[in-house]
Ligand binder design. Structure first.
Ligand code: ZN
Ligand code: ZN
Length: 160
């Protein structure tokens, strides 16, 4: 069975995905990553995703044309996280999700303590203006934040 499908993905499309991917690859190179097909695939999958993805989402993704196994994908994710190219969200021991850190773009999240589900918060983020202020006063660049709110989702409340 071929893994090389070429359908369109439902949901959000980042029009600048190609450019973001090129930038991410360049940044990886400057940080000493070896440029492999698996690295490009993982970055591309994360950049094109509309929401944070789990290890399984990535390692079983149809766009993983390199056919990298789960262990390889996991090692890449660890490395990308260590170098602050991606961020790990969610509950560490149960369901970890990975998301790209993109300058000027961020989301805040709602996470269920019981089932580990994660949702993007659809609110106007009050921290963004604070971020600009901090950047200005501290001189830091590439500033980002992502907030995680933890609680119990409605489904888990209903089944409690
Ligand atoms: Zn839940
Ligand atoms: Zn925010």
């Amino acid at each position: 069975m071929s893994k090389h499908h070429h359908h369109h993905h439902a949901g959000c499309i980042r029009p600048e995905a190609e450019q973001l991917l090129a930038q991410a690859i360049e940044r990886c190179r400057s940080l000493g990553f070896r440029r492999t097909k698996a690295l490009e695939d993982v970055l591309s999958i994360l950049i094109r995703a509309c929401q944070p993805l789990t290890l399984a989402d990535i390692s079983e993704h149809q766009d993983l044309g390199s056919g990298a196994d789960k262990a390889t994908v996991y090692r890449l994710l660890m490395k990308l996280e260590q170098r602050s190219l991606i961020r790990r969200l969610g509950l560490h021991d149960r369901a970890a999700y990975y998301t790209m850190i993109l300058p000027g773009e961020h989301s805040d999240y709602l996470i269920c303590n019981d089932c580990g589900r994660i949702e993007k918060l659809d609110i106007h983020c009050p921290v963004q203006s604070l971020e600009k202020q901090i950047s200005k006063s501290s001189g830091y660049k590439r500033l980002y934040h992502e907030l995680e709110f933890f609680g119990q989702c409605p489904e888990c409340q209903a089944s409690a």
